[in-house]
Design a protein around this ligand. Structure first.
Ligand code: NDP
Length: 301
């Protein structure tokens, strides 16, 4: 079946849902759209999408059902009432859900005889359908293979296996790296700002420096995978001295050290444990033995 003959039903027309639906419509894929509040489908309908007034109406026709809602709770809120009608159908969830939530959706889908694929979108809405857009998938291999042509309209498509949580795990691992990088930039911009540099000027310097630094990631990866942490240069004791100095410099500049101090403390623990002469990449061992968190993190919407 060519992708232009595979109808899709997009549930959720936030910024991401609209971008996904627009990419389908642009490619000539028969596209039905639904959103909780009215008014978000006007451009899509003008471009050829079919408006559905309810979830039940949207899934009434044939096609791959795609949920792009806010979170795990909103997926259940919308799909629980129509579970019976989804029996025998194919469902792709592109709502960001934590790995355990994706696995829960897979179990729920199996209980209702629904074929399920989960996805993690590694792109922002303007990137959808453009070079650089990537989506991770896990769950039903058959659904992935059958609809790959349609999925590739959105960006590159990579399948991570039958474990429905695998795409979300890898998605969130990359997002974790991203958030800590951005926070690092914010900290640096705050420091440089106390010396009179604008954040814009700081960014102009940060981009080439950080771009050069990320070239070292594959080498860190190899060291971690080998478990051989012998260091030629810049061992953990060196990093401890550097981090302690950066913490002092931040304090002297009147900048909060809340994000930096935990990093210095984790390096310090490795040094105290006698690993000061080993490679910085051994930092990961401190994360791998993280204490169990006793309370659930507060969830904000
Ligand atoms: P938006 O905040 O733009 O839109 C949220 C969408 O969820 C709206 O369509 C909203 O409907 C709907 N919604 C929220 N709660 C409910 C509910 N209880 N029942 C029905 N619909 C509900 O978010 P995005 O479109 O950007 O994101 C959608 C998903 O895509 C999220 O899970 C997000 O993490 C993921 N994603 C987004 C990226 C991005 O850069 N934007 C990147 C990667 C993933 P209404 O209009 O009625 O409020």
């Amino acid at each position: 079946m060519s992708h232009t003959q595979t109808p899709v039903i997009v549930l959720g027309l936030g910024a991401m849902g609209r971008a996904l639906a627009a990419a389908f419509v642009k490619a000539g894929v028969p596209t039905t759209v639904w959103n909780r509040s009215a008014g978000k489908d006007i451009d899509l309908v003008a471009a050829g999408a079919v408006r559905a007034a309810s979830v039940a109406e949207a899934i009434g026709g044939d096609g791959l059902v795609i949920s792009v809602l806010l979170d795990h709770a909103s997926v259940h809120e919308q799909l629980d009432p129509v579970a019976g009608r989804l029996a025998g159908r194919r469902w792709l969830n592109l709502t960001s859900t934590a790995p355990e939530e994706s696995r829960e959706l897979a179990v729920w889908a199996r209980e209702h005889d629904i074929e399920f694929l989960d996805g993690g979108i590694m792109a922002v809405p303007p990137m959808i359908g453009e070079d650089g857009s990537a989506i991770f998938y896990s769950g039903s291999r058959s659904l992935f293979d059958t609809h790959r042509g349609v999925l590739e309209l959105l960006g590159s498509a990579e399948y991570f296996g039958a474990d429905a949580g695998a795409a979300a795990l890898n998605d969130f691992a990359l997002l974790s790296s991203m958030y800590q990088m951005f926070v690092g930039f914010f900290h640096g911009a705050a420091m440089a700002g106390t010396g009179g540099m604008s954040a814009t000027a700081f960014a102009q310097r940060a981009v080439p420096f950080l771009s050069a630094m990320v070239q070292g990631l594959p080498a860190y990866g190899q060291v971690i995978d080998s478990g051989e942490y012998a260091a030629q240069i810049q061992h953990l004791a060196f990093q401890q001295a550097a981090l302690d100095a950066i913490v002092r410099a931040s304090r002297d500049a009147g900048i909060a050290t809340d994000t930096l101090e935990p990093i210095a403390a984790l390096v310090g623990r490795q040094v105290e444990a006698g690993h000061g002469g080993l490679a910085f990449a051994r930092f990961i061992e401190e994360l791998r033995r993280a204490p169990v968190v006793a309370t659930e993190p507060e969830v904000r919407h």
